[in-house]
Design a protein around this ligand. Structure first.
Ligand code: HSE
Length: 425
């Protein structure tokens, strides 16, 4: 006997339509293989008259309660995006004992403690594989496959829009604003690109990823965030000349009770596996005590890849309605006071300076860095115009604070700091 599972959708745009298509096309195959008969009972839309997807109109409703309160619905899939009302709808669904599946990293990252508490209290499941890295099975890998290990590092390209922009800037030497405008024309960047280009999207994803990886709640507020709007083609070109590729990385590192979480443009050695992930692809590198190095790569967005991950969650949930996966950490509103979230991390630094090309300038720059016990690993100088020069230096490992102090101590009559970019190995 097949088990009948009824779904309700909250939202029915691009992703909802993609999930509808996958489940319709795969229905008989899933029934045969899994003995689960998945049916879509209803879909909440803002306006049935203006609905764009080709999901049948007779399952659409404009009333959230029709989906949230329907006793026949087992699983609710949230496709609304944005924090509210998505988060409060998901909470209501969980309180009604329904399993919830979402790809909404913002609603999840900001409300995870409330949603998880409601899920546990009402014996419901909460699944979010597609919230980080789209189709890349990174949530399941960390919560299940790597759960016994001690993960000390997650480092990811988790935003396809910014990876596309940086790749184009890198390959064509074009400025940020040009590439962004083209990406918007092609529909590859949102009309309002802030969430992507300022690193908010990546920070929500890092909050989820690092909480799971490090078995402790890493709230969004703890994440240091910088976007790509100030990246210049000159930095990318000089970096490349010195053997580095620029990526917007979401970086989480745990060392004992100390955690650093940061999103910012980062130079990687050009032979690093993440450096070769181009265009809108996403990838996540994981390092653990026993598993050592893992790299997962795939499509971070798009209706088909995202639908694949969501439907994987739907099938898993359908098979485990009574035994949902619960993350193995205390999912509290605040972070654990025993954990030290540090902004004074250690890495290498790329610094680009515009300097007067006169005697003593290089000495004064070297003095500012050596004065903070920072060792310079490589140095490049190029004449620019009007008797000035571009100086690029890359440091050995140094603390963030010491580099900021060294930069502040530079003689501004002689040099101007054009950029400072962190370098990872
Ligand atoms: N806007 C995201 C990106 C996709 O560009 O990767 C959804 O998270």
């Amino acid at each position: 006997m097949a088990k009948v599972i009824q779904l309700g959708f909250l939202g029915c745009g691009n992703i909802g339509g993609g999930v509808y298509h996958l489940l319709t096309e795969m229905h008989d195959e899933i029934l045969k293989r899994e003995h689960i008969d998945i049916r879509i009972k209803s879909a909440l839309v803002k306006s049935i008259a203006e609905a764009r997807s080709d999901v049948p109109r007779d399952i659409m409703t404009e009333h959230a309660e029709d989906v949230l309160r329907d006793p026949d619905i087992d699983i609710i899939c949230e496709f609304m995006g944005g924090e509210q009302p998505a988060a409060s709808f998901m909470q209501k669904a969980l309180e009604n004992g329904k399993t919830v599946i979402t790809a909404n990293k913002m609603a999840l990252a900001l409300n995870w403690h409330k949603l998880q508490a409601a899920a546990v209290e009402h014996h419901a499941g909460l699944y979010y594989e597609a919230s980080v890295g789209g189709v890349i099975p990174v949530i399941r890998s960390l919560t299940v496959s790597l759960n016994a290990d001690e993960i000390d590092q997650v480092m990811g390209i988790v935003n396809g829009t910014t990876n596309y922009i940086l790749t184009q800037m890198s390959q064509q030497g074009r400025p940020y604003a040009d590439v962004l405008a083209e990406a918007q024309r092609l529909g590859l960047a949102e009309p309002n690109p802030t969430a992507d280009v300022e690193g908010f999207d990546a920070a929500y994803k890092l909050s989820i990823l690092s909480s799971i990886a490090f078995h402790t709640r890493v709230t969004y507020e703890k994440i240091h965030r910088e976007g790509i709007t100030c990246v210049s083609p000159d930095d990318i070109a000089f970096g490349r000349e010195m053997g580095y590729t620029l990526k917007l990385l979401a970086i989480g590192k745990r060392n004992g009770d100390s955690i650093e979480v940061r999103v910012h443009p980062t130079f990687l050695p050009s032979n690093h596996p993440l450096a070769r992930v181009d265009g809108s692809l996403n990838a996540i590198y994981i390092h653990g005590r026993y598993c050592q190095d893992i790299m997962l790569q795939g499509r971070g967005a798009g209706d088909k890849p995202t639908s694949s991950a969501i439907c994987g969650d739907i099938l898993y949930a359908a098979r485990h309605l009574d035994t949902p996966i619960v993350p193995s950490f205390a999912n509290t509103a605040e972070t654990d006071p025993a954990i030290n979230f540090t902004n004074n991390w250690t890495c290498r630094y790329f610094v680009r300076l515009d300097a007067a090309d006169t005697p003593g300038v290089l000495g004064s720059v070297a003095g500012a860095f050596s004065g903070k016990s920072i060792s310079i690993a490589s140095l490049l100088q190029r004449p620019s115009s009007n008797g000035r020069a571009t100086i690029i230096l890359i440091t050995h490992e140094a603390s963030e604070q010491s580099v900021q102090e060294a930069i502040s101590s530079l003689n501004t009559d002689l040099v101007k700091v054009e950029s400072m970019i962190r370098v990872e190995n």
